[in-house]
Design a protein around this ligand. Structure first.
Ligand SMILES: Nc1nc2c(ncn2[C@@H]2O[C@H](COP(=O)(O)OP(=O)(O)OP(=O)(O)O)[C@@H](O)[C@H]2O)c(=O)[nH]1
Ligand SMILES: [Mg+2]
Length: 317
């Protein structure tokens, strides 16, 4: 079957060795449930060296039986880390930890009932320039609360595969495995213009990170954006420190902006939220739920009823 043009292969380099997927999302959105469903007993659980943060790595198989590694990362609301858990997630994704391979691809899982908040992290991750698959989890709860998500529109806007899922009962897993098996996953085309007042600083930091820390241009850009919003940077054991020249450039810009009263971090965060709000406005629809049993009764019924797959049609586009 021909792929829709908006998620057809682009310039993303195919991965020839065993691909490493990171599973990442907000706390409590179903990461571990999905990780367990994909990996079964093929899991190794330990700690990241030097921090009391759990490290979970597992193996799953492509549709052709090829092994794929999955790392279940700690829950995070943002890559601008505020806790050791978030710092580990940020550092693994940015390739800052020598004890963990930088993931080739990223499975972003979101709670579909709270898409706008969950998309903040996804938006930051799309900046990393890695192939991303977006998993809309908790679709049972979303459907029962009257939410309709225009999945095809979301795919088109972001330019990546979007897979509706119910990790708790395995729905959507076949489609997810098919997407994960693709050797030619596309890179997102998500367009997010950095506000003009901040753009020169991002370029300068990006150049320094590329030159002094050997980062690829896209990872360096994502990292530059983070340096500007990560006001109280949480550093954990195992994380590579910032190069002195990059730290100097950052301090110079911050001094300049402080003198002119420019709220650089606020400007960046607001601009990202504006882009997400626009996206959600185009893709989420609230329909009043018809009267009947209470919301939680209906959710229980869907989760526990063996035939809950009937009428499995939540992707309105
Ligand atoms: N109704 C419903 N519940 C789900 C679904 N997926 C996961 N859950 C439930 O959501 C709760 C949280 O799931 P977890 O897999 O522990 O979430 P997590 O993201 O790993 O949480 P943290 O590791 O604490 O950040 C559990 O009670 C799951 O059973 C789903 O698709 N539908
Ligand atoms: Mg978990």
């Amino acid at each position: 079957m021909a792929l829709p043009a908006h998620i057809a292969p682009t310039a993303a380099a195919p991965v020839h060795r065993q691909p490493v997927y990171a599973l990442v999302g907000n706390p409590n959105c179903g990461k571990s449930t999905l990780f367990n469903a994909l990996t079964g007993l093929k899991q190794k659980i330990g700690n990241y060296p030097g921090v009391t943060v759990e490290k979970k790595v597992g193996t799953t198989y492509s549709q052709h039986g090829q092994p794929m590694t999955i790392i279940d990362l700690p829950g995070a609301y943002s890559l601008a880390a505020r806790s050791p858990d978030e710092a580990v997630t940020r550092d693994v994704l940015l390739g800052r930890r020598s004890d963990t391979p930088q993931p080739d691809r990223i499975l972003c899982i979101v709670d579909a009932t709270n898409l706008e908040r969950n998309l903040y992290l996804v938006h930051q991750i799309l900046d990393l320039g890695r192939p991303v698959i977006l998993v809309l989890n908790m679709m049972d709860v979303a459907r029962n609360s009257g939410l309709r998500i225009r999945t095809a529109r979301l795919e088109r806007e972001l330019g990546i595969p979007v897979i509706p899922c119910e990790a708790v009962n395995g729905k959507g897993l076949v489609e997810l495995r098919l997407a994960m098996s693709r050797t030619d996953l596309p890179l997102s085309r998500h367009a997010w213009d950095v506000p003009a007042a901040i753009a020169p600083a991002v370029s300068e930091l990006q150049a320094s990170l590329t030159e002094h820390s050997g980062k690829s241009p896209l990872v360096a850009r994502a990292e530059a954006l983070l340096l500007l919003t990560d006001q109280n940077t949480v550093r954990v054991a195992g994380s590579t420190p910032l190069h002195a020249r990059t730290a100097e450039i950052l301090a110079q810009w911050q001094k300049r902006w402080s003198a002119t009263g420019t709220d650089w971090a606020g400007t960046l965060v607001t601009s990202r939220y504006d882009a997400i709000a626009r996206l959600c406005g185009e893709t989420i629809e609230h329909k009043p739920v018809e009267s009947g049993p209470s919301g939680s009764d209906r959710i229980d019924a869907v989760v526990t009823h063996p035939d809950s797959g009937a009428g499995w049609c939540w992707a309105v586009s």
